[in-house]
Design a protein around this ligand. Structure first.
Ligand code: UDP
Ligand code: MG
Length: 317
């Protein structure tokens, strides 16, 4: 049986990009159908992430002109991770496999062939991994690499140099739909589902048009989100730091007592200020980290919907 493939493509203000990449995706899909790799009722699903330009109009036009194109629209901009999740959850009952990929042509679509081969060989999750970053600027390369290293150090299991280009079978998605958290970091969450997984390697290109929506500030936010959503290591580190500081303080007290007994005490303004600043700084950082987790709990207990689909180019089943 040939699998039904849904390619999930998040789009946010991509009116310049879609006219270039949509035909490329379609060509790939037709080619896969013609070579009997996937079923004819496979689809390319665009997820409009509340774009403020004409992206959704363009998706409507694509879906009108070509049956392999379909689209859903989020009621407002919720971010890349939520857009991908919306597409995956929406398509999980309609297909056998999904491939999520960015719409900007950076990820090499030819890797999909290999992903499907791996699926045929029994893998349920296939991660697309960049084998080099030659096309990225030095700065982007450096920050991205630090990002993965930091994640791993902080106890988040994630595949090095893998973004959100991956194949997931509907079997895995059924299980994944039971993960109810609203703080999303898909690359750290998917490995938690388990099942047989593997990786394929590809070259990453430059964006065909428009600009990246992930400047450094957003990357840092994503890293902090990923860490605090998936790991409690930072809190453990605070505990460790607390123990170390407590030991040092204990030695300090001993020293102070001994000094005063010997009668060496002079007006110790500098040392007092240093100690107060040091302890104060550590306490503030620790409170901040704990606050980050309290904030996460706050967001989780509200159980707000993770995505809201306002429009579809097809009838809901
Ligand atoms: N994207 C989205 N919602 C957002 C930001 C981005 O759906 O709020 C989409 C965007 O259209 C693209 C993908 O996520 O298809 C990756 O974004 P981008 O190419 O800007 O990130 P980069 O590749 O530079 O990390
Ligand atoms: Mg991109």
């Amino acid at each position: 049986m040939k699998p039904v493939l849904y390619i999930i493509i998040p789009c946010y203000n991509e009116e310049k990009v879609l006219p270039v990449t949509a035909p490329v995706f379609l060509k790939k899909m037709k080619n896969l159908i013609d070579t009997n790799r996937i079923a004819n009722n496979s689809r390319i699903m665009f997820v409009n992430d509340g774009s403020s330009d004409r992206t959704w109009d363009y998706i409507l036009k694509l879906a009108h002109d070509e049956e392999h194109f379909i689209g859903i629209s989020q009621s407002r901009n919720r971010g890349h991770q939520n857009a991908v999740l919306a597409g995956l959850m929406e398509s999980k009952d309609m297909c056998d496999i999904t491939v999520s990929i960015d719409c900007d042509g950076q990820d090499d679509i030819n890797a999909i062939d290999e992903m499907i081969s791996e699926y045929e060989n029994g893998a349920e999750i296939v991660y697309g991994v960049r084998d080099n970053r030659d096309t990225d600027s030095f700065f982007k390369r450096f920050t991205a690499q630090s990002f993965y290293k930091l994640l791993n150090k902080m106890g988040v299991e994630s595949v090095y140099n893998h973004a959100d280009y991956r194949l997931i079978s509907s079997k895995v998605l059924q299980e994944f739909s039971k993960f109810k958290e609203v703080n999303l970091f898909l690359r750290g969450m998917v490995p938690l589902v388990g099942f047989k997984s593997t990786a394929v390697y590809y070259k990453r290109n430059v964006r065909v048009a428009g600009e990246s929506h992930y400047p450094l500030k957003k990357m840092i936010a994503l890293a902090i989100d990923g860490i605090t959503s998936l790991s409690i290591k930072p809190i453990r580190m605070i505990t460790g730091m607390g123990i170390i500081v407590a030991c040092i303080s204990f030695l300090g007290i001993l020293w102070a007592v001994i000094e005063s007994v010997i009668g060496n005490t002079v007006s110790g303004w500098s040392s007092t200020v240093c100690v107060v600043c040091f302890i104060g700084g550590i306490q503030l950082i620790s409170l901040g980290v704990i606050g980050e987790y309290v904030g996460k709990i706050y967001l989780e207990v509200k159980h707000r919907p993770r995505y809201i689909i306002s429009e579809r180019t097809y009838e809901e089943e």
